[in-house]
Write a protein that binds this ligand. Sequence first.
Ligand code: SF4
Length: 704
Amino acid sequence: MDQSKKTVKTTCCYCGVGCGIVVQQQANGRLTLEGDKSHPVNKGHLCSKGMNLHYTAMDYSDRLLYPQMRMNRSMPLQRVSWDAALERTATVFRRFIEKYGPDSVAFYVSGQCLTEEYYLVNKLIKGFIGSNNIDTNSRLCMSSAVAGYKLSLGEDSVPICYDDIEQADVFFVQGANPAWCHPILWQRIEAHKAINPQVKIITVDPRITDTARSADLHLAIRPGTDITLNHAIGRELIENGHIDSDFILDHTYGFSAYREGVMQRTVEEAADICGLTPEAIRKAARWIGQAKGFLSLWTMGMNQSVIGVNKNLSLINLHLITGRIGTPGNGPFSLTGQPNAMGGRETGGLANSLPAHRDVTNPEHRAFMENFWKSPQPIAHKPGLTATEMFDALKDDRLKAIWIINTNPLVSMPDVQQTELALQKSRFVVVQDISQRADTVAFADVVLPAAAWLEKDGTMTNAERRITYLPKLMDAPGEALPDLEIILRFAQKMGFQEHFNHSSAAEVYEEYVKTTANTNINISGLTHVEIQKQRSVQWPYSPTQTAESAKRLFADHLFFTPNKRAQIKAVPDENRSEPTDPEFPLVLTTGRVRDHWHTMTKTDKVARLQQHTSQPELQLHPQDAAARGIRDQQLVVVSGRRGEVRVKARLSEDTKPGVCFLPMHWGKIQGSILGRANNLTNSLVDPISKEPDFKFTAVQVAIF
Ligand code: SF4
């Protein structure tokens, strides 16, 4: 073996698929990578983003290298020592907490954070500062799925495993474009269909995406009508005897109210509302009803909605009435957007939760964690501020200080001009990030440089509950530190050293997994060493179980609800998004393009990835364009009730008339093009999940 080269097996840090990657560092420091052929998720395959990941790790051009701070925002940021930056932050936090109480400070973290980092920052604010004001950008993508699972299955638990793909014969893909956003899973579905031509793929999307192009049936619904469609399918399943009455009777509750609800509209009425034909709905229901393996896949089209939780429930209900859950090839499968959104939720990364899916509103759960952490005061009993609530609270001075870790809310938040205003008005902002391209740096009082992928170690959980270990390969540039180390040092400055004296990520993990004992997500006893030995481990874990037995949840049809039955929860099929009107007659949806990731602080550095889509363009139906005299590639202004963007129009029949699409990746861009999609989106959120309504904004388009 060549001793001059260092090799590590790690995991891709983009999407929640969680592909295994082998990275090699040459003697000259250069990195090469390939897909890990031994990894059960991707078996050596990588998508365009994954296979170019090493370029982002070798390019330090935008990296934050030193702690910086300033005493007021009219001054430039100055390089300071770690000690000075953290001492000042601790002084300001302590002052606010003493004067205004613990809820005057907050942490806004990210699905990019590793599990150990998530756990530690949660422990700090919930267990020691005494506030539940921590939320994650997963609030913007997965919280509707979380609430849907909790209400129907009793806990935030994805029941399937990826191997169910090869066992399914009907795929129902609703509000998702996995061909672009979860490519390795999509390739598995395509490969499965290639050798099993009888496999059926149904997609539900107002746009013809690459996923829809591969489908046997594309249901191009009107935005916001998913529940109406799912109810119509439910009605068809009931009327045609395609439900599992024994399963409903023995393992669920709530069916009568559900049946009553779905019977309120005929399939013809539903088709009219959805913009579909009754025949198309009946065909989808027939395929689902006759399936041996029925797998439903969904993501932001369902979650990012003012009715996101109800959309999730309407889909999960199709599994519960057919009994298609917990068996090979069957189950609801929420596609996770971020690499460690699931791991973060496990550690209690949302404002309403505690480690191991405990709930801050549950007195027993609080008592357990207070005791476990030896908290100096009781854990606050009410949920903290969620992502959007934090910025509202900053704006009206209820919140005095925010610490933003590895996320870029000035691009990703809805109605983002309000987020900008909130940061402008805020008293104290700490930005902890790897990149000076993070738009928040301009508003920071203290900037803390963080270590990136390959520069720190820890674990992540992917979309099938699979935990992998990411080793450190190289040192971070400049004085950048692992996020874990930054939080530990800060906690010590706050006077909590006795409880934050861990010497490694492995030690933090050892502490965290103890909180999972006797819970549904038990991984107690799991260590970094054991994960490395097995390469990856699905939860729940016990040393005696086989990998096969951990693959899918609910094989025994005992759910995580108090009565062990799944809830078939009847939901109304109304949409509460902002209405269109003659002034703003078009519906704007936002989403990803194939080769960019989130706010592009990484992917924009890779020339190959820029080639696919180098600038934001508005996808507009030719009919809507003709009505406005707009030509292809003409500069247009897209205006809404909160703001506008100026981008080029790309005329395409891939979108439904009346619906236009803008990618979400771009922030403010200099010059004549202004492509920040979230200038337009609104602040409506789902009342339960608090997830924003990114997929439905009333707009007008005109020639610029
Ligand atoms: Fe990375 Fe997701 Fe692509 Fe896999 S599918 S290589 S995890 S971006």
